[in-house]
Write a protein that binds this ligand. Structure first.
Ligand SMILES: CC(C)(COP(=O)(O)OP(=O)(O)OC[C@H]1O[C@@H](n2cnc3c(N)ncnc32)[C@H](O)[C@@H]1OP(=O)(O)O)[C@@H](O)C(=O)NCCC(=O)NCCS
Length: 443
């Protein structure tokens, strides 16, 4: 239990940790237990006017104040700008760990021993290849297919290559699919990119690290061995770590929701990729780049800021539903920016971004509303420095998020309390209309 939850569960002077609700329709009072800072929505069901009426429910579009699960994967304190995976601060993981180790941590809950890490790295490395038919169907997409559409379809299609994945009750089987998915995502992501470029697909190189191999599959041409600058490899690896999980966000909720039907994990993760495809979720960094390009030069910033304050548009890459102090990932990315630009040369848009941030952070409009740069403010600039086209940005996000989706899926399928996701609704349509056959209606 977290400190916040412990405080919110603290008993009152009479020793109760409950919520007393008085239904003014009936005058009845109910005592609802408070556990971990929550009341059970199902407990509200007992509150009813009479036996004929349905019990009281909560209405919560967008789940803004509804906990859908218990999870030990990721902790976020938005007010304090804290993000932890399995209890480890994101700053420490980004600085001292690597993406594969973080993936192990998310999936298994603890850091690996040397032996465990060796076995994990070996397993992932030797499952990076995909069936040749995957390559064939990927070639079948239109020449300008969006790489996220290709990724979503090909991850889902993996379920047809591994029908054993439906056996989600078996722990070894689950592990196998998790390894396969983390291993194959970079292959599918890189091939989605190469398809749009009209370039031949590059097979995985098992002598390279996870992130080096991804860069090789993306950019290798005729050279015998692709060698990426270690600073770029480290920066991309850090970006993967920063994106690896973010508790119950839209795509993770999609994975859990679809997974709750007990479908195989490839199908569930393809739902996560679909959710991430949406501009409100994975697409904000692309919007930041468009915005910076439109601003064009530093002199245009004051008039742009005025427009934002007048409500004409948003300052993209600023603000967050959860982080109301700062986004810890944004600070780490800023540092990664410096390392990348040391190799690639400075992106001229960086100057505009930095000036924009400086002005906004001093401006009362943004200060009052607690609007700070989020993870997307600088990530797009880095991705552009790698020469990724904007459509690829979300694919990179998806590769990073895969261990998080899978850790959450694993937790879901082992959680005895979970049921098939099936929210209630408030019905607003017509009732008991008499159907008139078409022949009579159109006569
Ligand atoms: C992320 C985001 C959707 C969070 O939204 P939210 O938690 O629902 O916050 P709200 O939309 O209620 O915003 C609160 C106030 O700040 C303003 N605001 C929020 N983000 C803003 C932004 N980026 N630029 C200007 N004003 C912004 C809202 O207009 C609102 O002002 P008001 O109180 O005068 O009406 C929102 O900040 C946003 O759209 N940011 C830009 C897109 C982005 O970077 N998304 C990536 C998120 S990782």
């Amino acid at each position: 239990m977290t400190d916040v939850q412990a405080a919110s569960d603290a008993a009152d002077s009479s020793g109760k940790t409950s919520l007393t609700v008085r239904d003014n329709r009936t005058g009845n009072e109910y005592d609802l237990p408070i556990v971990d800072g929550t009341v059970r929505a199902a407990d509200l069901g007992q509150i009813r006017v009479d036996e004929e009426q349905p019990g009281l429910a909560v209405y919560d579009p967008g789940f803004v104040n509804t906990a859908s699960c218990r999870s030990a994967v990721t902790y976020i304190d938005g007010d304090k700008g804290i993000l932890e995976y399995r209890g480890y601060p994101i700053e420490q993981l980004a600085e001292h760990s690597n993406f594969l180790e973080v993936a192990y941590l998310l999936i298994n809950g603890t850091l690996p021993s040397k032996q465990e890490y060796g076995a994990w790295e070996h397993e992932i490395t030797f499952h990076t290849f995909v069936h040749e038919n995957v390559k064939r169907f990927m070639h079948g997409f239109r020449y300008d297919a969006h790489p996220m559409g290709m990724l979503m379809a090909s991850v889902g299609a993996l379920s047809t290559f591994y029908p054993d994945a439906r056996n989600i009750g078996d722990a070894d089987n689950r592990h196998m699919q998790i390894v396969r998915m983390i291993a194959k995502m970079p292959t599918l992501g890189a091939w989605s990119y190469r398809h749009a470029q009209g370039k031949p697909f590059v097979y995985p190189d098992n002598e390279l690290s996870y992130t080096e191999n991804f860069l090789s599959m993306l950019f290798k041409m005729s050279e015998k061995k692709f060698e990426a600058d270690p600073r770029l490899v480290k920066a991309l690896d850090v970006l993967f770590i920063l994106h690896a999980d973010h508790e119950q966000n839209c795509s993770t909720n999609a994975v859990r929701s679809v997974g709750s039907s007990q479908v195989d994990p490839y199908s569930a993760v393809s739902a996560g990729v679909a959710a991430l495809f949406g501009p409100l979720h994975g697409g904000a960094n692309e919007a930041v780049l468009r915005m910076l390009r439109r601003i064009g030069k530093k002199e245009n910033i004051p008039s742009f800021i005025e427009g934002v304050k007048n409500g004409n548009e948003k300052l993209m890459g600023f603000g967050h539903r959860v982080y109301k102090n700062y986004d810890p990932r944004a600070q780490i990315i800023k540092k990664a920016c410096d390392d990348v630009f040391e190799v690639t040369g400075v992106n001229p848009l960086l100057e505009i971004a930095q000036e924009l941030e400086k002005i906004a952070l001093e401006d009362e409009y943004f200060v009052k509303r607690k609007l700070y740069p989020n993870v997307d403010f600088y990530s797009g600039l880095i991705y552009e420095a790698f020469q990724f086209p904007p459509e690829m940005f979300t694919v990179l996000f998806a590769i990073g998020r895969t261990p998080g989706w899978l850790a959450q899926w694993l937790e879901l399928v082992q959680d005895k309390e979970q049921k098939i996701a099936r929210p209630k609704q408030i019905y607003t349509g017509d009732r008991t209309l008499d159907f008139v056959p078409a022949a009579q209606r159109w006569a």
